[in-house]
Structures are given as C-alpha cells and as structure tokens.
Design a protein around this ligand. Structure first.
Ligand code: G4P
Length: 525
C-alpha cells in the first residue's frame, strides 16, 4: 500500500478523555475541536452533553440521539495529524461503556480539577488505562480558580495513582493571581489574559526572562523560578519512552474555560502521544501497518432515527485500510458481509466515509448483525482480537413482558439491547426466567424506557437486589446445587454463573462444594 498508507496511519492520534464529572471534560473537548476547526461555535458540544443526568435528561438526550452520536466520536485534522477523540459517558452507572471505549484508544487524557485533585471516577478510569498500559497525559484544569498547591497535586498523582509525573509546564500563581504558565518544554512563559502578540515571553538558557519585564516585579515570578529549580533537581526526568510505556505522565496546567494552555497542550500532546499501536489477537499481535484490514466493534448505538430501526456499530480499525464496499469476514458468525454503508465522524456532521485507516473509527450501519466485541477482518485468517472486558454485574432484576401478546417485541428488544451492551442478560437454569444484570441502577431505567419507546414493549421488573456473580471453571456443574441463596443461571453465551445472595452465602457454598471452582472474570486480567 506504500508510503502514503504508512504516513496516514502514523498521523493518527486516537484518544479518550477521562475525568470525574465536572472536572471540565466537555469544556476541554470543545476547545480542542475549536482549535481543530471541527466546530465553529463554543457551546456546540456543551449543548449535546450527555455527562451527568437523571433519567429524565436521558430521555431528552435521546430525542437528539442523532446529534449525540456524532459527538461520541469526534475527528479533526490539526497540523499534520488526524485526531480522533472518543467520548465516554460521564455517569458511573455507564462505566462498562466507558471501559469498552478505552479499549479502542491508543492514549488517554486525564483531566483533574485543580481544587479537587484525584477523584473517585478518575481513579477507576486511570486504573483501566494502566491495566492496558496506555500512555496517560494529565491536564490540570481550572487554574483561573483557587485550587490546591501544584506541588501538592503532583504528590497526589504519584501517591494516589502511583505514576511518575513530569510537569511540562508550571502555573505562575492561580485564581485571581493566575499570571500564566512557565513552559518547561518550550522554554517560554505563556501569559494568561494577554493578547496574542505579547502572550509568549521567551526564556534564556538559564530558564529566566532576559532583561526587564513587568512580570519580574511580581513575587510570583520568583516563587515559580524556585519551584522550577526544585523540579529540575528533585523531579523526574522527561523520557518520551517512559511516556509511551505509560510509566510517566506528562502534566499540563491550564484553564479550559478561558481556553488557556489548551493549544500548547494539544501541540505537545500530539508530539508525544502514540500513533496506532499493535493489538493482541488470537494469532498474535496485529501490526497497524499490516495491509489486511481488521478492526473490532467496541460500541453499538441503536435507533438513531426512531423511524428506521437502524443501529451503528462503531469499529476501531486496527490494521489496513477500510474501503467502502469492501467485503469482510465476521469470524464469530463465519459470515461475509459487504460494507457498503459507513460513516465517519467529523464533529458537526456525519459524512459517508470512503476510506479510513488504522487508528480511525468508522460507523457501520447495522441491522442486527454485529455484537459488541466482534472482530471484523478482510483476510482469510479467522482471528479474534482480545475480548472486551465484561463487568460482573452487581444489581439484578427479574424481567418479563407486561403484555403477553407483545412477547415478540419483548424478546427482540431484549436481544438487541443486550447485543448493544446496554445491559446483561441471564436465564435461570430450571425455570428459564429472564434476569437482567447491571453495574448501575440507571441502566435498568434506561432499559425500561427504551423497551417502551423503541420496541413498544412494557416490561415488569422485579428487583432481586444485589448479588455476587461467580462463573465456574470448566463450565460443568450439577444444576441441583441451585438454591435461592445460590441461584444458578446461564449467561448469554450459555456459561453457568452462580448468583450468591452475599459474601456469607458464597463462602458457605465454597466450603460445602470445594470441587466447584468459582471465578470472577473481572479478576482475570
Ligand atoms: P465535565 O464535562 O467534566 O462534567 O465538565 P464540564 O466541562 O461541563 O465543566 C464543569 C463545570 O466546570 C462547568 O461549569 C464549566 O464551565 C466549569 N469549568 C470547566 N473548565 C473550567 C475552567 O478552566 N475554569 C473554571 N473556572 N471553570 C471551568 P458549570 O457551572 O457546571 O456549567 P456551566 O453553567 O458553566 O455550563
């Protein structure tokens, strides 16, 4: 495919932004899109925000689903790079979705609110990135407000997250006294709220302002120099290799709301963020520069247009080039499909995509063929990419159709929502009851709402509370071991799972049945 293909792949930067709600993910995303020329007005992303919501908001959002889908993948060109930002739901009840999206990126940007430091959700998402070994870039936001001392924030990064950090720049004051950032990487100072021409002050080889400058009169300048000295002497060294291995996180300070430090962040980030990386599969690593097209489905979004029952399967391309109209295999189904309807995701509109390469995300129109985690490949090798993480749900309900005459739409709705990964389905072994499993309560509410609105199926949901799910090694078990406190069910792949009422029931069962080896898939990675 030649050099052009190689250059194209190497220009891709595909990442997700992780943060605790309210740290500024939407604001930063929007500013990045503005720089990339992908949107014209601030407020475009804000209005489509799907971050924090109650069910009522979700319903509202759902009305604008066509729009919110475009914002789940945002693509723009900047300098010689093609940037793909993958959005992740902010609400923790949808963390399974977020985790799957993190499987599709090559790096992550972690936003921290300077006043709050590391928050719960950031920590969780950070751990997932860590597990995958993907590089993490940190943006410490809201410097225009009074926050924690920068050194304290760095210490927190290292202690709470256990990752080394290297500040690429350093704030000069904060809040009302925020004067700008001392840019260690570009050896310059970038002043806050100063017009374009005068904003940057170059530094001399000692890292100081040469000659007279009003900034020097501020005590904050001297304080910054002292802190920089401390960082130079006692801090970590910058190492692009360690960044690429996810061992050190470059740290940037700024204020997304006032668009300060964002462009500097973007430009530096693009230099050090990795191009598409090789991915593990059942036949070994798949090189992104390999010619044969391959990818996997990490997200399915349904019914963008309620008038048509269409879905879009989001595919991360892992190797080769996608060309519209090409024929591919889906090894899970042993089936060939011609990919004629496809879409790319420039922020303000969805365009038909004719070509895309490793690192890109394409949307494929789907009439129920794809399933979360499906591998798609154009070659003859029937391999599978590493499986996507499946959560062990903790909340369960028993579900049935309210109206027996509507069984057909009930089953269809459940089947599709499960394929989409919106909820997990289990069946009791003896009675064939349907149980739904979720990580967060909101998933049930969204399920109920979508069943009614998209499939015209009213559901009855009977809470059976929280359970501890454990799969069985070897997948063979005496079905008579099922009881109310250790309910035996099958997951959608027909694997046995015990749902224990509580820890006590789990231990009791293990003592009584030492031959049954139980495991939690989430402990397996
Ligand atoms: P999220 O997507 O991570 O949940 O955060 P979002 O961008 O919505 O930002 C959360 C709040 O923090 C917003 O205020 C936003 O304006 C504010 N914010 C973001 N970046 C900065 C910053 O650099 N400095 C300051 N001072 N504030 C920032 P809000 O009042 O909740 O929303 P809105 O009424 O402004 O829309």
């Amino acid at each position: 495919m030649g050099n052009n293909f190689k250059e194209e792949v190497l220009s891709r930067r595909t990442f997700a932004i992780i943060s605790h709600p309210d740290a500024g993910k939407t604001t930063l995303t929007e500013k990045l899109l503005l720089f990339g020329g992908a949107i014209r007005d601030a407020g475009t992303v804000k209005a489509k925000k799907t971050g924090k919501f109650a069910t009522s908001d979700w319903m509202e959002i759902e009305k604008q689903r066509g729009i919110s889908v475009t914002s789940s993948v945002m693509q723009f060109d900047y300098n010689d790079f093609r940037v793909n930002i993958l959005d992740t739901p902010g609400h923790q009840d949808f963390s399974e979705d977020t985790y799957r999206t993190l499987m599709a990126v090559d790096s992550a940007v972690m936003i921290i609110d300077s006043a709050k430091g590391i928050e719960e959700q950031t920590l969780k998402l950070f751990k997932v990135c860590r597990m995958r070994g993907i590089p993490i870039f940190t943006f410490i936001n809201k410097l225009d407000r009074q926050g924690k001392a920068p050194l304290e924030l760095l210490a927190e990064l290292e202690e709470v997250l256990g990752i080394e950090s290297y500040p690429m720049n350093w704030p000069i004051g904060m809040g009302k006294e925020f004067l700008g950032i001392y840019d260690r990487y570009y050896n310059r100072i970038e002043q806050f709220r100063v017009n374009e021409e005068d904003r940057f002050i170059p530094l001399n080889s000692d890292g100081e302002i040469e000659g007279e400058h009003p900034l020097k009169a501020s005590g904050l300048y001297d304080q910054t120099l002292e802190e920089i000295m401390l960082l130079n002497e006692a801090g970590n060294d910058f190492s692009p290799e360690k960044v690429a291995d996810g061992k050190i996180t470059p740290v940037f300070f700024g204020s997304a709301l006032t668009t300060f430090g964002v462009q500097t962040f973007l430009e530096t980030y693009l230099q050090f963020a990795p191009a598409p990386m090789a991915r593990n599969s059942s036949i070994g690593e798949i090189n992104p520069l390999a010619e044969q097209f391959s990818g996997f489905v990490f997200k399915i979004q349904a019914n963008m247009n309620p008038a048509h029952r269409d879905r879009i399967a989001f595919v991360r391309i892992c190797s080769g080039k996608f060309e519209r109209g090409m024929t591919v295999n889906i090894p899970r189904l042993g089936k060939q499909i011609k990919l004629s309807q496809s879409t790319s995701f420039m922020a303000e509109e969805r365009n038909t995509v004719d070509e895309a390469v490793s690192g890109d995300i394409i949307g494929l129109y789907d009439t129920g063929t794809y399933q979360i985690g499906d591998t798609i490949t154009a070659g003859k090798d029937n391999f599978q990419f590493e499986r996507l993480p499946q959560f062990t749900p903790e909340l369960f309900v028993r579900v049935s159709a309210k109206n027996v005459m509507k069984q057909k739409s009930f089953y269809k709705g459940i089947q599709q929502l499960v394929q989409e990964g919106a909820i997990q389905l289990y069946k009791t072994v003896k009675t064939d009851d349907y149980l739904l499993g979720a990580v967060g309560q909101l998933q049930f509410e969204v399920f109920e709402h979508r069943m009614r609105n998209e499939y015209n199926a009213e559901v009855l949901m009977e809470r059976i509370g929280s359970k501890i799910g454990r799969w069985i090694e070897g997948d063979v078990v005496d079905e008579n071991l099922s009881s109310s406190r250790s309910l035996l069910v099958k997951d959608r792949f027909d694997h046995y799972v015990f749902l224990f009422e509580n820890d006590f029931a789990l231990r009791w069962f293990q003592e009584k049945n030492p031959d049954v080896k139980l495991y939690n898939p989430m402990d397996q990675d």
